[in-house]
Write a protein that binds this ligand. Structure first.
Ligand code: H79
Length: 425
Protein backbone atom coordinates (compact mmCIF):
# COMPACT_ATOMS: atom_id res chain seq x y z
CA UNK A 1 0.00 0.00 0.00
CA UNK A 2 1.58 3.24 -1.08
CA UNK A 3 -1.04 5.92 -0.70
CA UNK A 4 0.37 9.21 0.48
CA UNK A 5 -1.88 10.90 3.02
CA UNK A 6 -2.41 14.62 3.08
CA UNK A 7 0.13 15.96 5.56
CA UNK A 8 -0.57 19.65 5.21
CA UNK A 9 -2.59 19.95 8.42
CA UNK A 10 0.32 18.43 10.30
CA UNK A 11 3.02 20.49 8.63
CA UNK A 12 1.10 23.69 9.30
CA UNK A 13 -0.06 22.91 12.83
CA UNK A 14 3.25 23.69 14.55
CA UNK A 15 1.85 23.31 18.07
CA UNK A 16 0.15 20.35 19.71
CA UNK A 17 -0.67 18.93 23.12
CA UNK A 18 0.84 15.65 24.24
CA UNK A 19 -1.01 13.98 27.12
CA UNK A 20 0.54 11.16 29.17
CA UNK A 21 -2.13 9.69 31.35
CA UNK A 22 -2.27 6.21 32.79
CA UNK A 23 -2.07 4.09 35.93
CA UNK A 24 1.31 5.64 36.74
CA UNK A 25 -0.57 8.78 37.81
CA UNK A 26 -1.54 6.90 40.99
CA UNK A 27 1.98 6.25 42.40
CA UNK A 28 2.73 9.71 40.95
CA UNK A 29 6.45 9.04 41.01
CA UNK A 30 6.75 7.35 44.42
CA UNK A 31 6.93 3.64 45.24
CA UNK A 32 7.42 2.23 48.77
CA UNK A 33 8.63 5.59 49.98
CA UNK A 34 11.16 6.03 47.18
CA UNK A 35 10.67 8.73 44.60
CA UNK A 36 11.80 7.71 41.16
CA UNK A 37 14.65 9.60 39.53
CA UNK A 38 13.17 8.55 36.18
CA UNK A 39 10.19 9.92 34.30
CA UNK A 40 6.94 9.03 36.06
CA UNK A 41 5.51 6.62 33.48
CA UNK A 42 8.60 4.44 33.87
CA UNK A 43 8.03 3.71 37.58
CA UNK A 44 7.02 0.09 36.96
CA UNK A 45 10.30 -0.62 35.26
CA UNK A 46 12.46 1.51 37.56
CA UNK A 47 11.35 -0.45 40.63
CA UNK A 48 10.75 -3.70 38.73
CA UNK A 49 7.22 -3.81 40.09
CA UNK A 50 5.67 -7.22 39.36
CA UNK A 51 2.95 -6.87 36.74
CA UNK A 52 0.18 -8.21 38.96
CA UNK A 53 1.16 -5.85 41.73
CA UNK A 54 1.27 -2.86 39.37
CA UNK A 55 -2.09 -3.95 37.95
CA UNK A 56 -3.61 -3.30 41.39
CA UNK A 57 -3.35 0.42 40.69
CA UNK A 58 -6.29 -0.14 38.35
CA UNK A 59 -8.53 -0.91 41.33
CA UNK A 60 -7.78 2.59 42.64
CA UNK A 61 -8.04 4.48 39.38
CA UNK A 62 -11.10 6.66 39.70
CA UNK A 63 -10.41 10.10 38.20
CA UNK A 64 -13.71 11.68 39.13
CA UNK A 65 -12.49 15.17 38.23
CA UNK A 66 -11.75 14.18 34.64
CA UNK A 67 -13.50 16.52 32.22
CA UNK A 68 -12.62 16.01 28.57
CA UNK A 69 -14.02 19.37 27.59
CA UNK A 70 -11.61 21.12 29.97
CA UNK A 71 -8.70 19.36 28.29
CA UNK A 72 -9.94 20.19 24.80
CA UNK A 73 -10.52 23.79 25.80
CA UNK A 74 -7.08 24.02 27.42
CA UNK A 75 -5.48 22.85 24.18
CA UNK A 76 -7.56 25.19 22.08
CA UNK A 77 -6.96 28.15 24.34
CA UNK A 78 -3.23 27.42 24.23
CA UNK A 79 -3.33 27.74 20.44
CA UNK A 80 -2.65 24.04 19.93
CA UNK A 81 -3.96 22.45 16.75
CA UNK A 82 -3.78 18.79 17.70
CA UNK A 83 -3.71 16.52 20.71
CA UNK A 84 -1.94 13.19 21.13
CA UNK A 85 -3.00 11.10 24.10
CA UNK A 86 -1.68 7.82 25.46
CA UNK A 87 -4.04 5.02 24.47
CA UNK A 88 -1.51 2.49 25.75
CA UNK A 89 1.92 3.22 27.17
CA UNK A 90 4.74 0.80 27.96
CA UNK A 91 2.92 -0.44 31.08
CA UNK A 92 0.47 -2.18 28.74
CA UNK A 93 -2.68 -0.70 30.26
CA UNK A 94 -5.33 0.41 27.76
CA UNK A 95 -6.86 3.77 28.57
CA UNK A 96 -10.02 3.02 26.60
CA UNK A 97 -12.74 0.39 26.21
CA UNK A 98 -10.96 -2.57 24.65
CA UNK A 99 -12.44 -5.94 23.79
CA UNK A 100 -8.94 -7.19 23.06
CA UNK A 101 -7.48 -6.82 26.55
CA UNK A 102 -9.45 -6.79 29.79
CA UNK A 103 -6.57 -4.80 31.28
CA UNK A 104 -8.29 -1.56 30.36
CA UNK A 105 -9.83 1.45 32.04
CA UNK A 106 -13.46 0.41 31.49
CA UNK A 107 -13.18 -3.19 32.66
CA UNK A 108 -10.48 -2.95 35.31
CA UNK A 109 -11.16 0.29 37.19
CA UNK A 110 -13.99 1.70 39.29
CA UNK A 111 -14.10 4.63 36.85
CA UNK A 112 -15.61 2.46 34.08
CA UNK A 113 -15.77 5.33 31.57
CA UNK A 114 -13.92 5.52 28.27
CA UNK A 115 -11.96 8.80 28.42
CA UNK A 116 -10.84 8.52 24.80
CA UNK A 117 -14.44 8.58 23.66
CA UNK A 118 -15.05 11.75 25.67
CA UNK A 119 -11.81 13.29 24.47
CA UNK A 120 -12.60 12.49 20.85
CA UNK A 121 -15.87 14.36 21.22
CA UNK A 122 -14.27 17.30 23.04
CA UNK A 123 -11.57 17.61 20.39
CA UNK A 124 -14.12 17.49 17.62
CA UNK A 125 -16.01 20.31 19.29
CA UNK A 126 -12.87 22.35 19.84
CA UNK A 127 -11.59 21.81 16.29
CA UNK A 128 -8.52 19.96 17.53
CA UNK A 129 -7.16 16.98 15.58
CA UNK A 130 -6.77 13.88 17.68
CA UNK A 131 -3.94 11.38 17.66
CA UNK A 132 -3.27 8.33 19.81
CA UNK A 133 0.04 7.37 21.40
CA UNK A 134 0.42 3.61 21.20
CA UNK A 135 3.44 1.71 22.51
CA UNK A 136 3.75 -0.95 19.85
CA UNK A 137 6.97 -2.61 20.98
CA UNK A 138 7.36 -2.26 24.73
CA UNK A 139 4.53 -3.76 26.73
CA UNK A 140 5.44 -4.68 30.28
CA UNK A 141 2.18 -6.51 30.90
CA UNK A 142 2.39 -9.06 28.10
CA UNK A 143 4.86 -11.95 27.94
CA UNK A 144 5.46 -11.19 24.26
CA UNK A 145 5.91 -7.43 24.56
CA UNK A 146 9.39 -6.07 25.12
CA UNK A 147 10.80 -4.39 28.21
CA UNK A 148 9.64 -6.50 31.16
CA UNK A 149 12.56 -8.75 32.04
CA UNK A 150 11.61 -9.20 35.70
CA UNK A 151 8.31 -11.04 35.15
CA UNK A 152 9.35 -12.46 31.79
CA UNK A 153 13.10 -13.13 31.67
CA UNK A 154 12.97 -14.96 28.35
CA UNK A 155 11.73 -13.31 25.19
CA UNK A 156 11.38 -14.91 21.80
CA UNK A 157 10.68 -13.40 18.37
CA UNK A 158 7.71 -15.76 18.11
CA UNK A 159 6.15 -14.40 21.30
CA UNK A 160 6.68 -10.85 20.05
CA UNK A 161 5.05 -11.67 16.72
CA UNK A 162 2.16 -13.21 18.59
CA UNK A 163 1.83 -10.08 20.74
CA UNK A 164 1.69 -7.92 17.60
CA UNK A 165 -0.95 -10.13 16.05
CA UNK A 166 -3.09 -10.67 19.12
CA UNK A 167 -2.91 -7.30 20.88
CA UNK A 168 -1.32 -4.50 18.87
CA UNK A 169 -3.12 -4.93 15.56
CA UNK A 170 -6.58 -5.62 16.99
CA UNK A 171 -6.20 -2.71 19.40
CA UNK A 172 -5.16 -0.38 16.59
CA UNK A 173 -8.24 -1.54 14.76
CA UNK A 174 -10.38 -0.56 17.75
CA UNK A 175 -8.70 2.82 18.05
CA UNK A 176 -9.10 3.53 14.36
CA UNK A 177 -12.69 2.35 14.19
CA UNK A 178 -14.43 3.62 17.30
CA UNK A 179 -13.30 7.24 17.67
CA UNK A 180 -13.90 8.94 14.34
CA UNK A 181 -11.12 10.29 12.15
CA UNK A 182 -7.73 9.96 13.81
CA UNK A 183 -4.95 12.32 12.71
CA UNK A 184 -2.03 10.14 13.65
CA UNK A 185 -0.81 7.15 15.61
CA UNK A 186 2.17 8.07 17.75
CA UNK A 187 4.23 4.89 17.88
CA UNK A 188 7.24 4.92 20.18
CA UNK A 189 10.50 3.13 21.01
CA UNK A 190 11.00 0.60 18.19
CA UNK A 191 13.45 -1.64 20.02
CA UNK A 192 12.70 -5.20 18.88
CA UNK A 193 10.37 -4.65 15.96
CA UNK A 194 11.64 -5.74 12.53
CA UNK A 195 11.36 -3.61 9.40
CA UNK A 196 8.71 -5.98 8.05
CA UNK A 197 6.69 -5.63 11.24
CA UNK A 198 6.95 -1.82 11.22
CA UNK A 199 5.78 -1.80 7.63
CA UNK A 200 2.96 -4.17 8.50
CA UNK A 201 1.73 -1.84 11.25
CA UNK A 202 1.87 1.19 9.02
CA UNK A 203 -0.07 -0.61 6.29
CA UNK A 204 -2.55 -1.85 8.87
CA UNK A 205 -3.21 1.69 10.08
CA UNK A 206 -3.60 2.97 6.53
CA UNK A 207 -5.92 0.18 5.50
CA UNK A 208 -8.32 1.25 8.25
CA UNK A 209 -7.88 5.04 7.95
CA UNK A 210 -6.08 6.04 4.75
CA UNK A 211 -5.42 9.59 6.00
CA UNK A 212 -3.99 8.64 9.38
CA UNK A 213 -0.30 9.46 9.76
CA UNK A 214 2.19 7.30 11.62
CA UNK A 215 4.97 8.81 13.71
CA UNK A 216 8.65 8.43 12.93
CA UNK A 217 9.00 6.00 15.81
CA UNK A 218 7.04 3.25 14.12
CA UNK A 219 10.61 2.14 13.34
CA UNK A 220 13.02 1.67 10.45
CA UNK A 221 12.43 5.19 9.06
CA UNK A 222 8.98 4.18 7.86
CA UNK A 223 7.07 7.02 9.54
CA UNK A 224 5.29 9.74 7.59
CA UNK A 225 7.36 12.30 9.44
CA UNK A 226 10.43 12.32 11.63
CA UNK A 227 10.41 12.66 15.39
CA UNK A 228 13.17 14.42 17.26
CA UNK A 229 14.45 12.85 20.48
CA UNK A 230 12.56 13.46 23.72
CA UNK A 231 13.25 17.11 24.72
CA UNK A 232 15.79 17.44 21.92
CA UNK A 233 16.18 20.85 20.30
CA UNK A 234 17.90 20.81 16.91
CA UNK A 235 20.69 23.27 16.20
CA UNK A 236 19.86 23.79 12.54
CA UNK A 237 16.84 23.88 10.24
CA UNK A 238 15.71 20.42 9.17
CA UNK A 239 14.49 19.18 5.81
CA UNK A 240 11.24 17.32 5.53
CA UNK A 241 8.39 17.12 8.02
CA UNK A 242 9.44 16.94 11.66
CA UNK A 243 7.98 17.00 15.13
CA UNK A 244 9.75 18.03 18.30
CA UNK A 245 8.41 17.04 21.69
CA UNK A 246 9.04 18.11 25.23
CA UNK A 247 7.92 18.00 28.82
CA UNK A 248 6.51 21.00 30.64
CA UNK A 249 8.40 19.96 33.79
CA UNK A 250 10.76 16.98 33.92
CA UNK A 251 8.38 14.09 33.33
CA UNK A 252 5.75 12.90 30.86
CA UNK A 253 3.53 10.98 33.26
CA UNK A 254 2.43 12.83 36.41
CA UNK A 255 4.91 13.03 39.30
CA UNK A 256 3.66 14.73 42.44
CA UNK A 257 7.11 16.00 43.46
CA UNK A 258 8.11 17.46 40.10
CA UNK A 259 7.15 21.13 40.32
CA UNK A 260 9.82 22.46 37.98
CA UNK A 261 7.43 23.93 35.45
CA UNK A 262 9.06 25.70 32.55
CA UNK A 263 8.08 29.35 32.50
CA UNK A 264 5.73 30.74 29.87
CA UNK A 265 8.65 32.66 28.40
CA UNK A 266 10.70 29.49 28.17
CA UNK A 267 7.84 27.61 26.49
CA UNK A 268 7.45 30.37 23.90
CA UNK A 269 11.16 30.28 23.25
CA UNK A 270 11.06 26.52 22.74
CA UNK A 271 8.19 27.03 20.31
CA UNK A 272 10.43 29.52 18.50
CA UNK A 273 13.37 27.12 18.61
CA UNK A 274 11.31 24.43 16.94
CA UNK A 275 9.46 26.66 14.46
CA UNK A 276 12.73 28.25 13.34
CA UNK A 277 14.05 24.76 12.56
CA UNK A 278 10.86 23.91 10.68
CA UNK A 279 9.43 21.48 13.23
CA UNK A 280 6.22 21.14 15.20
CA UNK A 281 6.21 21.33 18.98
CA UNK A 282 4.29 18.66 20.85
CA UNK A 283 4.19 19.97 24.42
CA UNK A 284 3.33 17.42 27.09
CA UNK A 285 1.12 17.65 30.14
CA UNK A 286 0.65 14.86 32.67
CA UNK A 287 -2.79 14.89 34.29
CA UNK A 288 -2.97 13.49 37.83
CA UNK A 289 -4.98 10.55 39.15
CA UNK A 290 -8.03 12.71 39.80
CA UNK A 291 -8.11 13.61 36.10
CA UNK A 292 -6.87 17.18 36.45
CA UNK A 293 -4.19 18.82 34.38
CA UNK A 294 -2.10 20.46 37.13
CA UNK A 295 -3.18 24.12 37.49
CA UNK A 296 0.36 25.50 36.95
CA UNK A 297 0.31 23.82 33.50
CA UNK A 298 -3.11 25.18 32.65
CA UNK A 299 -1.98 28.67 33.62
CA UNK A 300 1.09 28.51 31.43
CA UNK A 301 -0.83 27.08 28.49
CA UNK A 302 -3.29 29.92 28.78
CA UNK A 303 -0.46 32.46 28.75
CA UNK A 304 1.19 30.87 25.73
CA UNK A 305 -2.21 30.99 24.01
CA UNK A 306 -2.62 34.65 24.85
CA UNK A 307 0.76 35.33 23.28
CA UNK A 308 -0.10 33.21 20.24
CA UNK A 309 -3.33 35.03 19.56
CA UNK A 310 -1.21 38.10 18.89
CA UNK A 311 1.87 36.44 17.41
CA UNK A 312 0.44 33.36 15.68
CA UNK A 313 1.40 34.59 12.21
CA UNK A 314 5.01 33.89 13.13
CA UNK A 315 4.13 30.28 14.00
CA UNK A 316 1.30 28.59 12.08
CA UNK A 317 2.06 27.45 8.54
CA UNK A 318 5.49 29.06 8.63
CA UNK A 319 8.79 27.68 7.40
CA UNK A 320 12.17 27.43 9.02
CA UNK A 321 14.78 30.14 9.13
CA UNK A 322 16.57 30.48 5.79
CA UNK A 323 19.90 30.38 7.57
CA UNK A 324 21.76 27.48 9.19
CA UNK A 325 22.61 29.85 11.94
CA UNK A 326 21.20 30.75 15.31
CA UNK A 327 21.37 34.43 16.15
CA UNK A 328 22.47 35.71 19.53
CA UNK A 329 19.32 37.82 19.78
CA UNK A 330 16.83 35.08 18.86
CA UNK A 331 15.38 33.07 15.99
CA UNK A 332 13.73 33.48 12.56
CA UNK A 333 10.67 31.96 10.91
CA UNK A 334 9.41 32.72 7.42
CA UNK A 335 6.20 33.07 5.46
CA UNK A 336 5.86 33.41 1.70
CA UNK A 337 6.79 37.09 1.57
CA UNK A 338 7.56 37.72 5.23
CA UNK A 339 10.26 37.10 7.69
CA UNK A 340 9.59 36.96 11.43
CA UNK A 341 12.35 37.83 13.85
CA UNK A 342 11.87 36.38 17.32
CA UNK A 343 13.66 38.70 19.72
CA UNK A 344 14.62 36.57 22.71
CA UNK A 345 17.18 39.05 23.99
CA UNK A 346 17.73 42.73 23.42
CA UNK A 347 20.03 43.15 20.43
CA UNK A 348 20.80 46.84 20.98
CA UNK A 349 19.23 49.85 19.31
CA UNK A 350 20.08 48.54 15.85
CA UNK A 351 19.62 45.07 14.42
CA UNK A 352 21.42 44.00 11.24
CA UNK A 353 20.19 41.35 8.83
CA UNK A 354 22.48 40.37 5.96
CA UNK A 355 21.48 38.55 2.83
CA UNK A 356 17.87 39.63 2.27
CA UNK A 357 18.06 40.49 -1.42
CA UNK A 358 14.56 41.79 -1.99
CA UNK A 359 13.58 45.32 -0.99
CA UNK A 360 11.61 45.69 2.21
CA UNK A 361 8.16 47.23 2.28
CA UNK A 362 7.73 47.70 5.98
CA UNK A 363 8.76 46.38 9.35
CA UNK A 364 6.32 46.11 12.22
CA UNK A 365 5.88 44.56 15.62
CA UNK A 366 3.23 41.81 15.67
CA UNK A 367 2.12 42.74 19.17
CA UNK A 368 1.86 46.44 18.31
CA UNK A 369 0.39 46.77 14.81
CA UNK A 370 0.33 50.58 14.99
CA UNK A 371 4.10 50.74 15.39
CA UNK A 372 6.27 50.77 12.26
CA UNK A 373 10.02 50.65 12.63
CA UNK A 374 12.59 52.75 10.80
CA UNK A 375 15.00 50.84 8.64
CA UNK A 376 17.56 51.35 5.91
CA UNK A 377 18.84 49.04 3.19
CA UNK A 378 22.04 48.55 1.24
CA UNK A 379 21.84 46.38 -1.87
CA UNK A 380 24.80 45.43 -4.08
CA UNK A 381 24.72 42.78 -6.79
CA UNK A 382 28.50 42.42 -7.14
CA UNK A 383 29.41 41.25 -4.62
CA UNK A 384 26.09 39.73 -3.52
CA UNK A 385 25.84 41.97 -0.49
CA UNK A 386 22.65 43.05 1.23
CA UNK A 387 22.32 44.69 4.60
CA UNK A 388 19.17 45.66 6.38
CA UNK A 389 19.48 47.92 9.39
CA UNK A 390 16.46 48.01 11.71
CA UNK A 391 16.15 50.68 14.36
CA UNK A 392 14.52 49.19 17.42
CA UNK A 393 12.26 50.79 19.98
CA UNK A 394 12.71 50.72 23.71
CA UNK A 395 14.09 47.44 25.09
CA UNK A 396 11.19 47.00 27.47
CA UNK A 397 9.11 45.77 24.56
CA UNK A 398 11.16 42.57 24.28
CA UNK A 399 8.89 40.59 26.64
CA UNK A 400 8.38 37.72 26.82
CA UNK A 401 9.30 37.38 23.16
CA UNK A 402 8.78 40.19 20.67
CA UNK A 403 8.20 39.38 17.03
CA UNK A 404 9.29 41.75 14.28
CA UNK A 405 7.55 41.25 10.95
CA UNK A 406 9.50 42.15 7.85
CA UNK A 407 7.34 42.47 4.74
CA UNK A 408 8.93 42.07 1.36
CA UNK A 409 8.19 44.77 -1.21
CA UNK A 410 8.00 42.38 -4.17
CA UNK A 411 5.88 39.56 -2.80
CA UNK A 412 8.71 37.09 -2.20
CA UNK A 413 11.65 36.35 -0.03
CA UNK A 414 14.88 36.18 -1.97
CA UNK A 415 17.66 35.19 0.32
CA UNK A 416 21.39 34.63 0.14
CA UNK A 417 21.70 31.59 2.33
CA UNK A 418 25.43 32.02 2.53
CA UNK A 419 25.23 35.52 3.91
CA UNK A 420 26.16 34.23 7.34
CA UNK A 421 29.11 32.14 8.37
CA UNK A 422 28.52 28.41 8.24
CA UNK A 423 30.71 25.34 8.30
CA UNK A 424 31.33 25.42 4.56
CA UNK A 425 31.54 29.16 4.11
O1 H79 B 1 6.45 8.46 26.43
C1 H79 B 1 7.62 9.14 26.80
C2 H79 B 1 8.68 8.19 27.30
O2 H79 B 1 8.17 7.32 28.31
C3 H79 B 1 9.02 7.45 26.06
N1 H79 B 1 8.96 8.47 25.03
C4 H79 B 1 8.35 9.65 25.59
C5 H79 B 1 7.49 10.35 24.57
C6 H79 B 1 10.30 6.78 26.10
N2 H79 B 1 10.41 5.48 26.18
N3 H79 B 1 11.66 5.16 26.15
N4 H79 B 1 12.36 6.23 26.06
C7 H79 B 1 11.57 7.30 26.01
C8 H79 B 1 13.81 6.21 26.02
C9 H79 B 1 14.24 5.56 27.26
C10 H79 B 1 15.31 6.01 27.94
C11 H79 B 1 15.78 5.36 29.13
FE1 H79 B 1 15.23 5.99 30.91
C12 H79 B 1 16.94 5.74 29.82
C13 H79 B 1 15.17 4.29 29.81
C14 H79 B 1 15.88 4.08 31.00
C15 H79 B 1 16.98 4.97 31.03
C16 H79 B 1 14.29 7.73 30.55
C17 H79 B 1 15.20 7.86 31.56
C18 H79 B 1 13.37 6.71 30.94
C19 H79 B 1 13.76 6.29 32.20
C20 H79 B 1 14.87 6.99 32.57
Amino acid sequence: MNNVPDMRWFAEARFGMFVHWGLYAIPAGTWNGLDTPWVGEWIMRKFKIPRLEYAKFAEKFNPVDFNAREWGDAAKEAGMKYMVITAKHHDGFSMYRSRVSAYNIVDATPFKRDPLEEIAEACREAGIRLGFYYSQDQDWYEPGGSGNDWDFPTKTPEAFANYLASKVKPQLKELLTNYGPIGLIWFDTPVTITAEQSKELKDWVRAIQPDCLVSGRVGHSLGDYESLGDNQIPGMPLNGVWEGLGTINGTWGYKAHDRQWKSTRKLIRILGEFASKGTNYLLNVGPDATGKIPPPCVRRLREVGKWLRVNGDAVYATSASPWNHEFPWGRITTGKDKMYLWLFDWPGRELFIYGLRNPVKEIGILAAPETKLDFSEQHLNHPDYHKLTIRLPDRRRVKPVTILEIKSANGKLDINQRAYGSADF
